[in-house]
Design a binder for this molecule. Structure first.
Ligand code: SF4
Length: 333
């Protein structure tokens, strides 16, 4: 059986169930790299110049961990998934960059996704990808339909059951029970609720964020993330804040930030990475909205390769302490 490697990094958290379904429907076995470790980050960093953004270094570390483990590695070049809304340039050149800096990589399956070029080009690209496994276009079509359905189910599962992507992936893989528990309980509980906004590859990679969600939950907070909102909720918050989106993943930063500043959360934490142009612009919009509304405290955390856990925890504790004092004041008046 052909083995297809998928790095547990960058767009993995958005699309893994869809990709897995597509390849498995075509008879392949999917191999996922293990969770990020310091050794993986160091190996990825060693292949690129220092100012490459942290998530790309992590991604390359995951590719290196798959060398020798699979027949192909799947690295799509995703330019645009919504009309006239574009992805960060790092995603566009990912397959070529990987080939250049990791020559020992297994052959790369590198589909080019750009919806601005029309449906016909998209279908041709999917068919080209499927041809590595079958010459039967009908089989490729069926695999693509099943994959899209898996994607819709995944999104729906996260928003309707308040699950994070790793939790939803586990549910879909049958690792956890069939009946999802609510990830958070912001109805009956008096616990404070903290929303975390940012790209999934930052907020769900426990190595690079020092287990941020786990730490907050252990400290007794309910945690909300962008995937727990519906596409409509994200879109309407985004439109209220900036009008029309320009970046593909503006929803998960600006849309989620705008929504949680107005609803449900006692505090919002924006997670970004050092040296990321799109994130610093988007996070600044959220920061300005928080200053305008003056209703929900906002803090941004900038992660980089050498971010120390101690410093991160100190900042978190100060922020949470401020929220607790604020809540006490509200109870007293
Ligand atoms: S959006 Fe920022 S963090 Fe993400 S790949 Fe692009 S530069 Fe890197």
């Amino acid at each position: 059986m052909i083995k297809v490697g998928i790095p547990r990094a960058l767009l993995y958290y958005q699309y893994f169930p869809m990709w897995k379904t597509f390849f498995e429907e075509l008879g392949a076995e999917v191999v996922v790299s293990p969770p990020t470790t310091q050794a993986m980050l160091a190996s990825g960093s060693s292949r690129v110049v220092a100012d490459t953004c942290l998530p790309v270094k992590v991604f390359l570390g995951h590719v290196l961990s798959l060398v020798g483990e699979c027949d192909y590695i799947f690295i799509p070049a995703i330019r645009s998934v919504r009309r006239k809304i574009y992805n960060c340039s790092k995603f566009l050149g990912l397959p070529d960059m990987t080939k250049a800096v990791i020559p020992e990589s297994p052959p790369i399956l590198d589909i080019d996704i750009d919806v601005n070029k029309g449906k016909r080009r998209l279908y041709q690209a999917i068919y080209q990808l499927g041809r590595h496994f079958t010459r039967n276009p009908f089989k490729v079509r069926q695999a693509a339909i099943a994959a899209w359905q898996a994607h819709l189910d995944y999104k729906q599962m996260m928003s309707s059951h308040s699950l994070t992507p790793p939790q939803a992936i586990e549910r879909m893989s049958g690792i956890l029970g069939a009946e999802p528990e609510k990830h958070c309980s912001h109805s009956a509980s008096a616990r404070s609720t903290i929303a975390i906004i940012g790209h999934p590859y930052l907020i769900y990679d426990e190595h690079i964020n020092h287990r941020l969600i786990h730490w907050l939950e252990q400290a007794g907070y309910n945690v909300l993330t962008p995937e727990m909102l519906t596409a409509d909720e994200l879109e309407s918050a985004l439109v209220r804040l900036v009008g029309r989106a320009y970046w593909t993943y503006e929803d998960e930063v600006v849309g989620a930030g705008g929504h949680y500043l107005e609803n449900k959360a006692d505090g919002v934490i924006g997670v970004m990475t050092f040296g990321c142009g799109p994130d610093s612009l988007m996070m600044d919009m959220v920061r300005r909205q928080a200053a305008r509304l003056r209703s929900t405290p906002f803090m941004s955390l900038t992660l980089e390769e050498h971010t120390a856990e101690g410093g991160l925890i100190t900042r978190l504790e100060a922020f949470l302490d401020m929220i607790a004092r604020r809540k006490r004041r509200e109870v007293c008046v």
